[in-house]
Design a protein around this ligand. Structure first.
Ligand SMILES: Cc1cc2nc3c(=O)[nH]c(=O)nc-3n(C[C@H](O)[C@H](O)[C@H](O)COP(=O)(O)O)c2cc1C
Length: 393
C-alpha cells in the first residue's frame, strides 16, 4: 500500500509517508535534552511513523516562546545526538523544527525584547523592529549546520503561525519600507533568504522542508493567494524539498490551527492571576471557535497542490488510513499527524495491521495546555493507556 511504502524526501528516504508533526514536548526544564524528550520521540518511532519532528528548536535564545525551549548552542549537541541515535535505532528518521518566535517570543522569560518586522503593539507587548535581518538568516543557517552535527535527517523551517518569518510575510505585521517589506515579494524575501542559506549549509545531505501558512485567518493577514505565490517562489528557488501546509496565528487566532473544542479551564489553570481571570473572562472572545472536520486544511491546500509540483505535506485532522489515502489521492506526497499520534503513538503500526484502525482522538484539545507541564493526551491517563516509557540508555 502506497501509504506504507518508502518515499524520497530530497536526499533522504522515509520508510513510509507519515510524519509526526511538531508538538512542543514540554519536557526540557533547563532548555537541554532530557531522557523524557528522547523517550517521547523513541515512542513515536517505535509506533511506526516514518519521521518524527522535534518541536520548536529556537535559532536564538530570544527566539523562544518560553524559557524551557531549547535553543541551538554547543551544549545542546550531545543530548540531541543521543536523541537522534535513539530514534534511528527505533527505525525512523528525525527532523528538527527550526524557528524564531519573533512577536510570539516571551520577553520576560528569555530576558530579550520580542522582535517583529516592525515596531508594533501586540498581545504580549511592544515588539521592536528587527534591525539586523542578516543575523536572523545567519542564525537559521548556523542552526541547520548544528542539526546536521547532531545527526538529524531533516530540518523543518517554521514559516507559519505568526512567528517571526510568518510576521515578515504578513502585510498586517510587516510595515517596513526597506527591501524586507512592502510588496509580497519584499515580505517574502526573508523566508526565501533563510531557505537559501539553509540549503547552502545542509542541502543535499539533510532534507529541507518548511511549514508555511495557507492563510493566517486574521484580518489583514496573508491569504491563500499569497501562500500560492510564496510556494511558487520556493519551488523556483529550488531551496526546499517539501512544504508542510498549516494555517493560523498562535497569538491572534490559535484555534484556526487546530479546530475543535477550546479547553479554556485547563488553559487558565496554567497561569497565575490576573492572567488566569482574564483568560476565564475573555477567553471565549479571544479564541474564535472553529468546528473540527477531518482533513480540515485540504480544501485550501488543494489550491497550492494545483499550483506547484514541489512535494507537499498535508496536515490537519488526519486520523486514519482513509484520510491518508485521500491526501495521497489528491496528490500530496506525505502527511503529517500531530494530535492523533499524541493519542496513539502506535497508530501507524496499528493501521498497517488493520486498515480500518483510527485514532480515538476527540480533538478536545486538552493536549494543548499540557505543553506547560509535559505534553501528552490527558485522555490516555484517564483511561490508563500508554504513558511513554522512560528511555533507558
Ligand atoms: C500540544 C501541541 C503542541 C504543538 N506544538 C507545535 C510546535 O511546537 N510547532 C508547530 O509548528 N506546531 C505545533 N503544534 C501544531 C501541530 O503541529 C499541528 O499543526 C496541529 O496540531 C494540526 O495537526 P493535527 O490535526 O494532526 O493535530 C502543536 C499542536 C499541539 C496539539
Amino acid at each position: 500500500m502506497k501509504a506504507f511504502e518508502p518515499v524520497r524526501l530530497g536526499p533522504i528516504t522515509l520508510k513510509n509517508r507519515v510524519i509526526k508533526a511538531a508538538t512542543f514536548e514540554g519536557v526540557t526544564p533547563d532548555a537541554l535534552v532530557t531522557d523524557a524528550l528522547i523517550a517521547f520521540h523513541r515512542r513515536v518511532a517505535l509506533g511506526g511513523a516514518g519521521m518524527s519532528t522535534v518541536a520548536y528548536l529556537a535559532v536564538t535564545s530570544g527566539g523562544r516562546t518560553e524559557a524551557r525551549q531549547i535553543w541551538w548552542r554547543p551544549e545542546t549537541l550531545a543530548g540531541l545526538l543521543r536523541l537522534t541515535d535513539a530514534v534511528h535505532a527505533a527505525g525512523a528518521k528525525v527532523s528538527a523544527q527550526l524557528g524564531h518566535a519573533g512577536p510570539v517570543a516571551d520577553p520576560w522569560s528569555t530576558k530579550t525584547p520580542a522582535f517583529g518586522p516592525s515596531r508594533r503593539l501586540g498581545p504580549l507587548g511592544i515588539t521592536r523592529a528587527v534591525a539586523d535581518v542578516e543575523s536572523v538568516i545567519g542564525a537559521f543557517g548556523d542552526a541547520a549546520a548544528m542539526a546536521e552535527q547532531a545527526g538529524f535527517d531533516a530540518v523543518e523551517l517554521h514559516f507559519g503561525h505568526g512567528y517571526l518569518v510568518s510576521a515578515f510575510l504578513s502585510p498586517r505585521e510587516n510595515r517596513r519600507t526597506d527591501e524586507w517589506g512592502g510588496s509580497l515579494e519584499g515580505r517574502a524575501r526573508l523566508a526565501r533568504a533563510i531557505a537559501e542559506r539553509v540549503r547552502e549549509r545542509v542541502g543535499g545531505r539533510l532534507a529541507v522542508t518548511c511549514k508555511l501558512n495557507l492563510e493566517d485567518g486574521v484580518r489583514g493577514g496573508n491569504t491563500l493567494a499569497d501562500c500560492v505565490q510564496v510556494a511558487r517562489w520556493l519551488e523556483t528557488d529550488g531551496t526546499v524539498d517539501a512544504i508542510t501546509l498549516t494555517a493560523g496565528s498562535s497569538l491572534s487566532n490559535p484555534m484556526y490551527l487546530f479546530r475543535g473544542d477550546l479547553p479554556l479551564d485547563e488553559f487558565a489553570a496554567q497561569f497565575r492571576e490576573p492572567r488566569r481571570l482574564a483568560l476565564r473572562l475573555f477567553g471565549r472572545v479571544l479564541f474564535k471557535h472553529y468546528p473540527y472536520e477531518p482533513l480540515f486544511l485540504l480544501p485550501l491546500a488543494k489550491a497550492v497542490r494545483a499550483a506547484v509540483k514541489l512535494p507537499l505535506v498535508l496536515l490537519g485532522g488526519i486520523t486514519d488510513l482513509a484520510g491518508i489515502n485521500r491526501a495521497l489521492g489528491e496528490g500530496f506526497e506525505l502527511v503529517a499527524m500531530a494530535r492523533a499520534l499524541l493519542k496513539e503513538p502506535d497508530l501507524v503500526n496499528t493501521m498497517m495491521r488493520d486498515s480500518a484502525a483510527r485514532s480515538t482522538c476527540t480533538h478536545c484539545n486538552r493536549c494543548m495546555p499540557t505543553i506547560y507541564t509535559r505534553t501528552r493526551c490527558p485522555l490516555n491517563e484517564e483511561t490508563a493507556l500508554s504513558d511513554p516509557p522512560v528511555f533507558q540508555g
